[in-house]
Design a protein around this ligand. Sequence first.
Ligand code: SF4
Ligand code: SF4
Length: 333
Amino acid sequence: MTKDYFILHGNCIPVKGATRSIICDLQLGKYKYIPNELYDILNLSREHSITDLEEKFDLSEDGSLFHYFEALVKSGYGIFTNTPELFPVLDLEFATYSEVTNAIIDYNSTSTYNLISVIKQLEGLVCEAVQIRNFDGLNIDILEKISTTFSESSIPIFEIILKHDIIVEGRLESILENNSRFRYVIVHSSPVDKSIEIKNSKVHFTKKSIDSSSHCGQISSFFFTVNIESFTEALAYNSCLNKKISIDTNGEIKNCPSFEKSFGIINNTKLVDVLRNLEFKKVWKINKDQISTCKDCEFRYICTDCRAYTKNGGLFDKPQKCSYNPYIGEWEN
Ligand code: SF4
Ligand code: SF4
């Protein structure tokens, strides 16, 4: 039986860019390029039959629309149907119960604040992921203490960036064997580049030196995330800073360690009090539709963001460390 309509699956969302569009499959975590003309057609395909669309877009003669739809069906992005109204549209509202979902804690040999007490405060805030970054070498006993605190906490995801040290490398394995919460470990300034897995952790040793927070903010397709949670968050909020709290190496509480603005020193300010400050939450709402160039990019809801390092230093300028040009559809570097 002929089916009159084509629809995308509910979890497949098209996003239009300046030169091309993509369809994001939020369930399978992939995306597919399509021409902008097809994006415009797909926006109408629930309400208009294929024949109507062919007439409307003057494609009746060449049959190309049917072939496009057929290719989308074959690659699992949509279906032909006679009852498009029976297929629900996905609710794209972002929802989370956590007061903060993620935190970056920079801790150096010169840092004087109590890291364990910070982790306990984050646990009280139902934080879901914590990244600790060490630039100049971390005492192995502190690493053990951090590991124990995390394994006894309810924080599900823990990442650490630390400087290579012979003693650390020698004991890292037993620390990771005893802690299933470590997701990623990056060991910088290492004599070799290598990647290994220990229990649940992916451990990357890199020769690169990560000696300050200025190494953050890289944008690349490698970091694109295609899932319902990050997509819906990026539609309405900042994909890096929303529900994030950070502490820099001096103990200053900030949105991001690379920001100038401090909301207090952790030794005498509670994280919960900073989260009550509306000024702190202002950057959470800067989404990619407000950012120059990004607003015209087809990757804007799957890409991360950086508000600390921007092209002209403005809060609404494109991330400085992105080489993608959506106006020609190419990575320039
Ligand atoms: S705003 Fe930029 S520098 Fe700050 S945490 Fe995000 S990506 Fe890193
Ligand atoms: S232009 Fe903006 S949205 Fe596009 S890849 Fe670069 S940072 Fe991401």
